[in-house]
Write a protein that binds this ligand. Sequence first.
Ligand code: BTN
Length: 242
Amino acid sequence: QVMKYIESCPSTQIIAHKLAQEGTADGTVVLTETQTAGRGRLARKWDSAPQKGIWMSIILRPDVVPQKAPQFTLVAAVAVVRAIEEVTGLKPEIKWPNDILINGKKCTGILTELQSDADGIQALIIGIGLNANQEVEDFSPEIQEIASSLKMASGKEVNRQELVRALLFHIEQFTNIYIEQGFAIIKLMWESYSSTIGQPIRARMAKETLVGIAEGITDDGVLQLRTADGKLHGIYSADIEM
Ligand code: BTN
């Protein structure tokens, strides 16, 4: 397995895209101590305090048809929850599609990007930002109310090496389950860890906002939202408020 460790970089996603273009192997991991331009979903920035978290990108080259790609974000979310549980004993929850929360505050974000050309999808770049040992003042003021770290939640410093090992182990395990046995098992685990399913939510999308009950996810990883008029809506991309 190719492992690339870098002291500091703008974003592990950028490096991973470059490696993928150069033909790096399936399972390549890029890991850094700090990012100067960490990026989140929806063109947001991602705080990546030096030595405090796990900032990594994983390159997957699954032989997948395009419609199978979005599920990998959910596969990664389940793996992150397992790893955190195992190493810290904390009980994280998943907020659709990719936020991992502890006590309602975000401690991990996942960003899945595709690299494709005329021949189709060449690689999936799964970026994971896990807040491990930050104190509240390590976060930018505007996210101090909504962000958390494993250390803030447990009161204990976390061993980042142990976490990285657990993360990679579970990502490989769940990726294989998904590829070999389909999405059903992952979906069940994801739903059992989810704080979204069964709850009234507000889904803010680019063009509209829908309010209703989150009923579950489909085999394609699409969130199912039932509005008061009884209609079922498929949510592909949104900010969820609960
Ligand atoms: C989100 O919740 O918006 C996703 C955040 C993803 C952050 C990680 S940190 C490692 C990788 N490199 C980046 O620039 N972003 C992802």
